[in-house]
Design a protein. Sequence first.
Length: 392
Amino acid sequence: MPHLRQRYILELLKKQAKLWPVVGVLGPRQSGKSTLLRDLLGLGVPKSMDHLELRDEARASPIAFLEKLPRPAVIDEVQKAPELFDAIKLRVDEKRIPGSFYLTGSSGFSSKIGIRESLTGRIGIHELLPLVLGELHQKPPIQHKRWDPARCRFGVREIMPALQTGGMPVPAFMRDADQREQYWTAWLQTSIFRDLAPFFSRGFDPDFAFRILDRMAWVMRDGELPTLKHFKDPARKVRSYLDAMQEIFLVRKILCHAEGLGKEVWLFFDSGLAAHLMRTTEGQGATLSLARHFLWNERAAQSLYAGKRFVREYIKSAQGAPVDMVTEDQVPLRIVPAATDVTRRLKVEERAVLGAMKRLGVKQGFILAPVEEGFLPSKGKGVGVLPWGFWS
């Protein structure tokens, strides 16, 4: 399979399987969860709750269904048969054997209280992100060096194509642009009608869901961060759809830091989807938006696959534009779409970073730019420059 790639999450899952009786892998539809367990961990073919007959059997007699499965048992899209969670809890409580069950889902397990209570203290849950650049090129994981702006192992030449195709295993390796468009069209139809609809007991409006996505994409074409103010529809309704879309990993909420002045914003989960919905990859605004998706994915993988807690936050001060990221140690990072932003316009771009540094009470911040090599702030104070490939 041309899109079968080693995944950085593998070692983390192996460690978790020695600790927890249940291992959960969550992530967007078709992000490679089943392939990861079947082909890379060698656990056999999962029993998928996407199949109606299997789902009906599991829901009708969950304990009997589990008894027929080999160990370790691998169940795909398990959230569609919630009765299995209590049955798994009983089996685990009877005999706590690490790595007994592997569960995958294309929506969060935490949205239903009963499921959450059944899993508590019994499962290690991890998210499978779209492929990062190192995985796409089959390079080993890097040992990230703190604020080392030296030449990165991937330059702009490798990064720019990845912005446009994204990291989903199938479209990332499609050479034909029309095929990618067809893939994303079908993927969205399945995600909206099959995965999103169950979050609404009544009154689900798929056309409204698609309008939200289109509006977000239109805002992103101008390089802006979508907020509720960009929608003319009632904020409560828009938020309910966005929250549900986040549960199926279609969008990601970026919170404003507690010291900032902004509201939460949303991005798509993958730059390839963003390119599809924006219908263009041309122009500074579109490039900036694609870079945001790419860099959030690369940075998240660095933390999550190391088993660390990861929070998506940006910050807005009274000075300049929003600053795209705030790191765990409160360092603000602003993404720019062109190298000229750090050769001709650095002082302009610095304003927003300096304002964020003041609000956060830190001595340094960085601009993330499409350059081959960056530089540190002078004497550890001020604004430095990091390449887009810093986390890759």
